[in-house]
Design a protein around this ligand. Structure first.
Ligand code: 9PG
Length: 496
């Protein structure tokens, strides 16, 4: 049906199967919905597919080139969104009206994408059998309509992660894969007196992507390590990428039929990392589901209570699945299995993950690209046209545009830096990142205690000890303990 819908002061021609009024806007039904918007050339909120994907307000006239590195596509964004980059959006989009109010169209179920131009907004669910083909349409003050959308998502998908986030020491941005049992045990005493809650072991402990056993650098095994972390007073945390598989793994050799393939039987590439291409699992297969349950039960048995589950989009890529589910619904099924196996009390942080699929299942969501001890990722941003690569500006940009998810899960902006050693960030750049981390409340660092000067250690201590009062005063403006902070002045906040 086509209707002329009055929302606030604007009239919109809307096409959908059916339309219901709602206190804060309207609910549209249909696999495909579209509307004519009156704003012409304006700002558009683009929401990328997974944690690292570009999410930002962009002028509709902006011509961003498609990212060049095709082998990286799935780890940049959904390949279908990149085909028509950049005014394609995952799950939701919004447009800014001349008076500053915004029009938001957001899917209330999984596997939806949108396209925007100066005349129309079109939304579509990618699979006809998706269970709930609903959309939320609202016009009003930016924070009000985003909050209303978040409220609708909470009703449909759930929310978790209420309460104060844990303070995390994470091994990645200090040691990368250069971790070992001895090195990590050597870090623990230096953290004494710093108020961390979690000591999280990141990538580098496993035999291979797919073979989730301790490698030779962890000769006493993961259970002993978890016990020692706990004995030092921390919740043991562990990174794993349970849906990603390296071609050199035993899992790949033993179960080629478990891997996600396209309709021609060809493996679906999930990205390029660890010096090789890697692939995703078909999580709709009973064998994979049993294996996944056992892997999660295993790490819980070892004693890890905080799980950072990474590269999850690998299980949500388009493919010909055993059970005919579209990608995000398949991923949600996997996350339900993981939550069930991990138990209610486990803390699940999802990363490299399409946002909506985690809601109600994850306690924390990584909402931006990786930080790095540098401000810009010049190679990927400027030479490859890709704004998802590790770097502080990329991380701040996308995280700032995902703060509306805060009622639904804790939002992880990635770690803050306090060290000067091995770091190209200036003091000002480190301070901007620390401010953003305070805004989210999710405080983590990877700085090695031996790298910190007495002043840096004191600053980290103060950062972890004090919960500042945060108020938002504008799209990019906040007060942190009455100190005004404006992220809007950052050069390059909007890519061009
Ligand atoms: C471990 C890391 C850390 C980190 C995660 C994730 O696009 N990329 O090339 C890309 C590589 C690594 C990456 C993200 C993107 O990092 O976000 O915190 O756990 O894996 O390998």
């Amino acid at each position: 049906m086509q209707t002329l819908l009055q929302l606030d002061k604007i009239k919109l021609a809307v096409q959908a199967e059916s339309i219901e009024g709602h206190a804060q806007g309207a609910v549209l039904h249909g696999m495909r919905v579209s509307l004519l918007h009156p704003f012409g050339e304006t700002l558009c909120y683009r929401h990328g597919w997974h944690s690292w994907s570009l999410s930002c307000w962009l002028p509709l006239s902006l011509k961003l080139s498609t990212p060049l590195a095709k082998s990286l596509w799935p780890q940049i964004d959904h390949p279908a969104l990149l085909e028509d980059y950049p005014f394609t959006s995952s799950s939701l989009t919004a447009l800014q009206a001349p008076d500053g109010k915004v029009l938001l169209l957001g899917a209330l179920g999984l596997d939806a994408r949108l396209k925007v131009d100066t005349e129309m907004v079109r939304g579509e669910y990618v699979a006809p059998k998706a269970a709930d083909l609903e959309w939320f349409l609202a016009f009003g003050e930016e924070r009000t309509v985003f909050a209303a959308y978040a409220g609708m998502l909470e009703q449909r998908l759930g929310a978790r992660g209420h309460g104060q986030p844990w303070r995390v020491w994470c091994s990645w941005y200090g040691l990368y894969t250069g971790i070992s049992e001895d090195i990590l045990l050597g870090v623990l005493p230096g953290l004494k007196d710093l108020p961390f809650d979690v000591f999280q072991v990141d990538d580098g402990w496993q035999v291979s992507l797919g073979d989730w056993e301790a490698n030779e650098k962890f000769p006493s095994g993961m259970q002993v390590l978890a016990r020692k972390i706990r004995a030092s007073g921390y919740v043991p945390g562990l990174w794993l990428a349970p849906l990603a598989v390296a071609p050199t793994s035993r899992l790949f050799q033993e179960h080629p039929e478990w891997l996600l393939r396209d309709a021609d039987g060809k493996l679906v590439p999930a990205g390029h990392n660890w010096g090789d291409d890697f692939y995703g699992l078909d999580v709709t297969r009973p064998g994979v589901q049993k294996w996944l349950t056992e892997r999660i039960q295993q790490v819980r048995f070892w004693g890890f209570d905080y799980l950072k589950l990474d590269f999850l989009y690998a299980g949500a890529l388009p493919g010909a699945r055993y059970q005919k589910l579209p990608g995000e619904l398949a991923l949600r099924k996997a996350l339900e299995i993981i939550r069930q196996a991990a138990g209610e009390v486990a803390y699940l942080l999802t990363c490299g993950v399409p946002m909506l699929a985690s809601l109600g299942l994850a306690d924390g969501l990584r909402v931006g690209p990786d930080v790095a001890p540098q401000w810009e990722n010049t190679d990927r941003s400027y030479f490859l046209h890709d704004f998802s690569g590790p770097g502080v500006l990329n991380a701040i940009r996308t995280t700032l545009h995902r703060l509306w998810l805060r009622p639904l899960a804790q939002v992880d902006p990635d770690v803050a830096y306090f060290r000067e050693k091995y770091n190209l960030l200036t003091s000002e750049q480190k301070a901007v990142l620390q401010d953003l981390v305070q805004v989210t409340g999710f405080r983590a660092t990877s700085d090695l205690p031996v790298w910190l000067s007495p002043e840096e250690r004191q600053a980290l201590h103060a950062f972890l000890s004090h919960n500042p009062q945060i108020t938002q005063t504008g799209r990019y403006q906040f007060n942190i303990d009455n100190r005004p902070v404006d992220f809007g002045v950052l050069e390059g906040l909007w890519p061009d």
